[in-house]
Write a protein that binds this ligand. Sequence first.
Ligand code: ADP
Ligand code: F6P
Length: 354
Amino acid sequence: MKTFKRIGVLTSGGDAPGMNAAARAVARVALERGIEVMGIYRGYSGLISGDIKPLGPRDVSNIINRGGTFLYSDRCPEFKTPEGMQQAIDTCHRFGIDGIVALGGDGTFRGATDLTAHGIPCVGVPCTIDNDITSTENTIGFDTAMNTVVEIIDKLRDTCESHARCNVVEVMGRGAGDIALKTAIASGATAVVVPEFPYDDKSICKKIKAGKELGKRNFIVIVSEGVGSDYAPTLAKTIQAETGVETKFARLAHIVRGGNPTLADRVLASRMGAFAAEELLRGNSNVVVCEVNGKIVAKDINYALILDRMYKGTLKDGDLDKFSAEDIERMKAEIEVKKATLLDLFAVGNKINI
Ligand code: ADP
Ligand code: F6P
C-alpha cells in the first residue's frame, strides 16, 4: 500500500460555504496522523504555478465559521491541456505531494480523476451550492445557500405584504432546481419554476388571481436560473399585466454563495473532509465522498461523473462501456431516487402553497 508523507488540499470551481470547514477537517485528520499538509491556493491554477504553502494545525483555526474559501478558488482551463497537466504533476513532485483532496464540483472531480491517472491519487469532496452532484444526497454549501434565500425572501415578503405586491425571485442553480424547490416550500412561495418540471405563465397568473380574490396580499414566485436568464424578468412583467398585481423582480445571484456556513453545512463538511483524508491515507483514491441515507461513503469518481451525465441526459457514446450491468442498474436506481425526491418537493409545494 502507498505510504503518504505529505498531502495537498485545494478548492476549485465555484466556491461554497463550508469549503473552509472541509479543508480544516482534511488538515486536522492528516496532521493528527503525522502527515504533512500543503495548502494549494487558487485550485488547479495554484497547482500549475506552485502557489503552495504548508498548513499547520493553527493555520486552519477560526475558519470553520467562515464562508468563501481561504485557499481561494479558480476556474483553470489550462489544467485541461496536456501541458497544464504535466506542469501540475511536476509541481506535485517538486513539493513532494503524494496525494490530494480536491474540494469542488464535477469539473473539479474530472481534474482529480486525470491527476489520479497520472500517478497523484486524489479524493473529491462535493462542494457546490447547487446540490447537482447526483451521487450524494447533499453537497457542502447547499444548506447555507437555501437558508440565505429564505432569509431574503422573508424580507421581500414583508414589503410585498405592505404594498400588496408580487416578487419574482431568481435563485442560483446551474441547470438544477434543488435550491428553488426547497426554498419555495420553506418560504411559502405561490409558485416555483425549475427546469426539471413543466411550467407555464398562465397557470402561475391564474393562481395569483385566485389568491388575490381570496384577499391574499403578498405573492412570491421563485424561478431557478436554469430556465434561462430572460425568463424571470419577463415573467414579472407578464404577472403584472395579467393579474393587475404590481410585480417586482429580484435576482439573488452570488449573494447566496457567500456568508457563514450553517450548522448543517459545518457538520457535513467536517464529516466529509475527515472521511476524505482517511480514505486517501488508507489508499482508496479516485473516489468522491458522498452522503447516502445520512451515511458518509466513498463512490468511484468515474461512476459519479457518468451517473451525473445519465441523470442530465448528456451521456456520450461509449460512456457506459466500462460499467457492469449491475453498475448501470444501480445508476438507474439512484436516478429514480433523485427524481422522486425532486418530484415530491414539487408536489408538496404545489399542494400547500396558494
Ligand atoms: P466545478 O468543480 O464547480 O464543477 P468547474 O466546472 O469550473 O467547476 O471546474 C473546476 C476546474 O476543474 C476547471 O477550471 C478545470 O481546471 C478543472 N476541470 C474541469 N473540467 C475538466 C476536465 N474535463 N478535465 C480536467 N479538468 C477539468
Ligand atoms: O455552480 C455554482 C454556481 O453558483 C451556479 O449556481 C451558477 O450558475 C454558477 O456557479 C455561477 O458561476 P460564476 O461564479 O462563475 O459566475
